[in-house]
Write a protein that binds this ligand. Structure first.
Ligand code: GLA
Length: 337
């Protein structure tokens, strides 16, 4: 090769190498330094008011503190894993999750590890293959048994208020025994009801498939239809959506609302709508918990962990307050929902 040409080619190559090394490398460094932190917020039921509130609170915290939140609905296991891949591709450093099935625990943990992502759970604590909680994943959720106790107590107090005799009342207990927090909530309610003198043999189980209105409706229908002799009903479940679904069945069966005491858990949009109806329905009340705080605190825990290496508390348990037609607006304000 002509030496001149050779020198030219070499210097061009050197220049090219320098350029290709310098620019992209420098550029990617500066992008990383400037780019705000991204995290994900994954929920099992993105249409449920409780989860909408949580995601909103997380997004608001991000706006305030300069990080961005990618909200994703993940109603099944495949969607959860795809969402984690998607978050990684977008450069997210971690996520908060309420999984559609707590037994996905080991799969979620393995996928997060592949991308070196940190994650925390909210509401539903993940379990391993033997059903034990994943102790190394920080969790924030309701103090389920205590909140269940509050449900049972509220029902017992209202039965007394209405002058109902325990022997003439049936309890519709809508259950999801695959979700530990759900079982703890309904067990807590049962415990307080029995302590108040409720008859054990008058409690009827209605297992639910999904933890929403439809799940409540479908679970309640056959059980209520099987007991036309029972005129007065109390209804409880893991959340207010389920109880509302069951209350709709009592309406279809023309059971007067004065003969129904349904008490839920959550204190989100659907309960507010029910309290605003002109006439009281069979939905007497709900134990309200701050979905705003659940969203905000779990996000804050994750962000502190990513940014400052501060390990979040292993298990935070939140409390609730009885919300009824008469006080719902005050309780809502108080809990910042
Ligand atoms: C579960 C229920 C939700 C809500 C949360 C609150 O995930 O399905 O409706 O009650 O718990 O922790």
């Amino acid at each position: 090769m002509n030496p001149k040409l050779r020198r030219l080619t070499l210097s061009a190559l050197t220049a090219l190498t320098a350029v290709s090394l310098a620019i992209p490398f420098g550029a990617s460094l500066s992008v990383q330094a400037d780019e705000p932190l991204k995290i994900g917020f994954l929920v099992k039921m993105p249409e449920q008011a409780w989860f909408i509130n949580e995601q909103k609170a997380a997004t608001a915290l991000g706006k305030q503190d300069g990080f961005s939140v990618i909200n994703i609905g993940t109603p099944d296991g495949e969607k959860v894993l795809a969402a984690i891949d998607n978050l990684a591709a977008q450069g997210a450093k971690g996520f908060v999750i309420c999984a559609p099935d707590v037994r996905l625990g080991p799969a979620i943990r393995a996928r997060a590890k592949t991308y070196n992502m940190k994650f925390v759970t909210v509401d539903d604590q993940l379990v391993d293959s033997s059903g034990k909680p994943l102790a190394d994943v920080p969790h924030l959720g309701m103090s389920a048994s205590k909140i269940g106790n509050q449900v049972g107590q509220a029902i017992a107090d209202e039965m007394k208020q209405r002058g109902w005799k325990p022997e003439e009342v049936g309890a519709l207990r809508i259950t999801d025994y695959e979700l530990p927090t759900a079982k703890a909530r309904t067990d807590g309610a049962t415990q307080s009801l029995l302590a108040s003198g409720f008859k054990k043999e008058n409690i009827f189980d209605a297992p639910q498939k999904t933890t929403d209105d439809e799940g409540g409706f479908n679970a309640a229908s056959p059980v209520l239809a099987q007991h036309p002799n029972i005129k007065r009903w109390v209804i409880y479940a893991l959340n207010e959506e389920t109880v509302l679904g069951a209350v709709r069945v009592t309406e279809q069966l023309h059971i007067p609302s004065a003969d129904v005491i349904g008490v839920g858990i959550n204190g989100a949009g659907e309960a507010f709508a029910e309290f605003q109806k002109k006439e009281p329905t069979g939905f007497y009340g709900t134990i309200a918990v701050s979905s705003t705080n659940h969203g905000k605190e779990s996000t804050q825990n994750l962000v502190d962990w990513i940014k400052n290496g501060k390990q979040p508390p292993a298990d935070t348990q939140t409390t609730g307050k009885l919300m009824v037609r008469g006080n719902w607006q005050d309780v809502r304000k108080e809990l910042g929902i």
